[in-house]
Ligand binder design. Structure first.
Ligand SMILES: N=CN[C@@H](CCC(=O)O)C(=O)O
Ligand SMILES: [Zn+2]
Length: 412
């Protein structure tokens, strides 16, 4: 099946195979082709070029994109999309002045979501999550990472991961899963944190590996949650099963999680709202990409990751939604791109690179996703008629997505 998209006002993020991520000054360059065509063959991008050189192509379907931009789909490299129920009561408590930590201390937060999820059966959890998946697909997301971590028992953690894997069969969006058993300490282990770490490493991980349910491993490395010693044990155990880290670090405090992540050659370190100079220095020259989550900062009113400082220091940066019921009940990558510009001082070029090519790297998908490249998966967005790509972050809160193509299939 061949699809030809013609008269594209601007084809955005056009790269060859050599670019796996962009760092520092490179982030401010977004390669584009004006007045372009693009040919999809089955699920892959076959070719593209300028309209002045359009060869004679026998296509099964033609799309006229006059006035519209075509971009690679957004890649959302950090989400907790599989969850049960909602936590709007905590949202109200927050408005009334309670902090994220105070809400957690009175039984809210992650363990609250875990309680709900443990009592939700697999089919119901699947249906709730499917609805969210379909919502983000419409908003242009073409690849998504989904974490466990709202189960906190072997049964419930496995249930979450099975649901995340099952979602892959429902739609041609690309899904990668991450085991986040160490998201919070369940009440049962209140005075026995090591007992829970042992359960994660010796009971949950072997089953997860046996069923091939996870691509990565994660831990919430933070004061009041899991410390460096716990993080080391979890990353070590993950390594035994070939799972690289994608870890929650430096959300509220810098306690050495960035260095631990780099030492274990984690694929990404995520959150980073609190970064000191040493943390930034540690990331230089590593294969670990920093990931910022601006909608979490917006929602729970904490600082934004210092994107400017990181990029100006020569680092690459990815951005993601952190879609979850507690700190970011929103999976809209368009909004994240806007927030990156408005709140973190990133240019539209930097933000789009952070949400596509660098985000693909943060999911281990840099060879197949994140850019318009011959042979890559045909995951694309066709925008509304808009004046320029800068209009996308400028017009914040609006999603100017006209059509979505996933693995060559026209979704909407
Ligand atoms: N910070 C840790 N985990 C989630 C939030 C979890 C929750 O509040 O439910 C996050 O990435 O923001
Ligand atoms: Zn998260």
């Amino acid at each position: 099946m061949k699809t030809l998209i013609k008269n594209i006002k601007q084809l955005i993020q056009v790269r060859d195979h050599h670019t796996t991520k962009v760092s520092g000054l490179e982030m401010n360059y977004l390669p584009t082709l004006t007045n372009a065509w693009l040919l999809i063959n089955d699920d892959k991008i076959e070719n593209y070029g300028g309209m002045e050189n359009l060869p004679k192509i026998e296509a099964d379907r033609e799309i006229d994109a006059t006035g519209r931009m075509v971009l690679p789909s957004w890649v959302d490299s950090h989400t907790h999309l599989v969850y049960a129920g909602h936590r709007e009561q905590e949202f109200i408590d927050k408005i009334k002045g309670l902090s994220y930590e105070e809400i957690a201390a009175k039984g809210g937060g992650i363990v609250n979501s875990a309680k709900t999820l443990q009592h939700t059966n697999e089919e119901e959890l699947y249906l709730q999550s499917l609805q969210r998946l379909e919502q983000v697909i419409k908003m242009g997301t073409g690849a998504i990472e989904i974490k466990s971590g709202y189960g906190l028992t072997p049964e419930a953690e496995l249930k979450m991961l099975r649901v995340a894997k099952k979602l892959q069969k429902a739609h041609p969006i690309t899904i990668k899963t991450t085991f986040l058993g160490a998201h919070a300490l369940p009440a049962k282990f209140k005075n026995n944190k090591q007992g829970y770490i042992n359960q994660i490493c010796e009971e949950m991980l072997p089953q997860i590996a046996e069923e091939n349910l996870a691509d990565f491993i994660d831990i919430f490395c933070e004061q009041g949650y899991f410390d460096l010693n716990d993080t080391k044990q979890v990353l070590e155990a993950g390594k035994k099963y070939g799972l690289r880290g994608k870890i929650h670090v430096n959300q509220f405090n810098s306690i050495g999680g960035v260095k631990m992540g780099v030492d274990y050659n984690s694929l990404s370190v995520d959150h980073l709202e609190v970064m000191n100079d040493e943390d930034i220095e540690t990331l230089k020259g590593s294969e670990t990409i920093p990931v910022a989550l601006p909608s979490c900062s917006l929602f729970i009113k904490i600082p934004y990751a210092p994107a400017r400082k990181m990029i100006d220091a020569g680092l690459p940066l990815a951005i993601a939604t952190d879609y979850n019921p507690g700190s970011s009940p929103n999976g809209n990558m368009n909004l994240v791109v806007s927030l990156a510009c408005i709140k973190m001082g990133m240019t539209p070029e930097e933000a789009i690179n952070a949400a596509t090519i660098n985000a693909a790297y943060a999911m281990g998908l840099e060879k197949t996703h994140g850019s318009i490249t011959k042979g890559k998966t045909a995951n694309l967005m066709i925008t509304d008629v808009i004046p320029s790509y800068g209009f996308l972050p400028y017009s914040f809160g609006n999603n100017h997505i006209h059509q979505v193509i996933l693995a060559g299939k026209l979704i909407q």
